[in-house]
Design a protein around this ligand. Structure first.
Ligand SMILES: Cc1ncc(C[n+]2csc(CCOP(=O)(O)OP(=O)(O)O)c2C)c(N)n1
Ligand code: SF4
Ligand SMILES: [Mg+2]
Length: 280
């Protein structure tokens, strides 16, 4: 008589809205890895989903938490996730407000909100999924698309040098900044945990593969080609120190770029308002 094999259920499934799975991500998409690591990061941080609000914009990566992660989620308009998240943090400062969205969303149309959220040091954790393209809409050039890449809107190759979102928020004053790729699963999960634990504005840029819309532009069609590319073309920030721009050309510098403390905006605003109410 054959014995029935019983598999133990993955305990992380309790964080997901299982009735609406599977996700709409294409096969091999990095968004699945980001959702997986985000779920691990929340589990290991021992934060209750009821104490989290996830805010997203519009794009493939905005589907990472919304609606699959079982917490309150706000799926907002393209480019405005940080503005909505700012409102939530000010009114409900005890909540962990986490923004997950795309490079086009956060660094393109929403770039202005990004700079000022970092400057204010409002207590949001922002996970920017950088697939170097407007993926959901079929592959238009993004502010992060490398020079020369032929997209649907740059058929002769992009003429604009790409923006470095992590360097931008570091310069604007973010208190925690890291950059990783979906190849660096352990480093990325650790950075997510540190970002979530931070009081002030924290930011993790995640280079993530889109084998469909970006894959079409760079002729890489599988997740393994992208992961190999990330492995071969990344350098740790410690090893990059002292290297010239020429030596670092084409490299993704991974690791922690900033980790410091300064007053968090929502707390400062509350203290100022209490002072006014007391008439002092
Ligand atoms: C105001 C506005 N402009 C443009 C669009 C169309 N649109 C939807 S998603 C998107 C780009 C998505 O790219 P990104 O934010 O990088 O996310 P990805 O799909 O790559 O994860 C665009 C241009 C829109 N929905 N709203
Ligand atoms: S189009 Fe690209 S980013 Fe969007 S789900 Fe497919 S592989 Fe992922
Ligand atoms: Mg994108």
């Amino acid at each position: 008589m054959s014995k029935e094999v019983k598999f133990k259920e993955n305990p992380l499934l309790e964080y997901l809205r299982r009735d609406i799975l599977p996700t709409p991500f294409c096969s091999g998409c990095g968004c699945g890895t980001v959702l997986n690591l985000f779920t691990h990061a929340i589990h290991e941080s021992a934060i209750k989903p009821r104490d989290i609000v996830c805010v997203t914009g519009i794009g493939c990566s905005s589907w990472i938490p919304s609606p699959f992660f079982k917490c309150d989620t706000l799926h907002t308009t393209h480019g405005r996730a940080l503005a909505f998240a700012t409102g939530i943090k000010i009114m409900k400062p005890h909540l962990k407000v986490i923004v997950i969205a795309g490079d086009g969303d956060i660094a393109g149309i929403g770039g202005n909100h990004l700079v000022h959220a970092a400057r204010r040091n409002i207590g949001l954790s922002v996970f920017l999924v950088n697939n170097a393209i407007y993926a959901m809409t079929g592959g238009q050039v993004a502010p992060t698309t490398p020079l020369g890449v032929k997209t649907t809107t740059t058929p002769y190759g992009s003429l604009e040098p790409p923006l470095e979102p992590a360097e931008l928020v570091k310069a604007a004053g973010a208190t925690y900044v890291a950059r990783w790729t979906t190849y660096h699963a352990m480093g990325l999960k650790k950075a997510m945990k540190k970002a979530i634990a931070k009081e002030g504005f924290s930011f993790v840029e995640i280079h993530s593969q889109c084998p469909v819309s970006y894959g079409k532009a760079v002729r890489m069609r599988t997740a393994s080609e992208f992961l190999n590319h990330y492995k071969e073309n990344s350098i740790n920030v410690k090893n990059a120190a002292g290297k010239s721009a020429q030596e670092l050309e084409g490299k993704i510098v991974v690791g922690e770029l900033a980790d410091m403390e300064r007053p968090e905006f929502a707390a400062s605003l509350r203290a100022a308002s209490q002072k006014i109410q007391k008439g002092s």
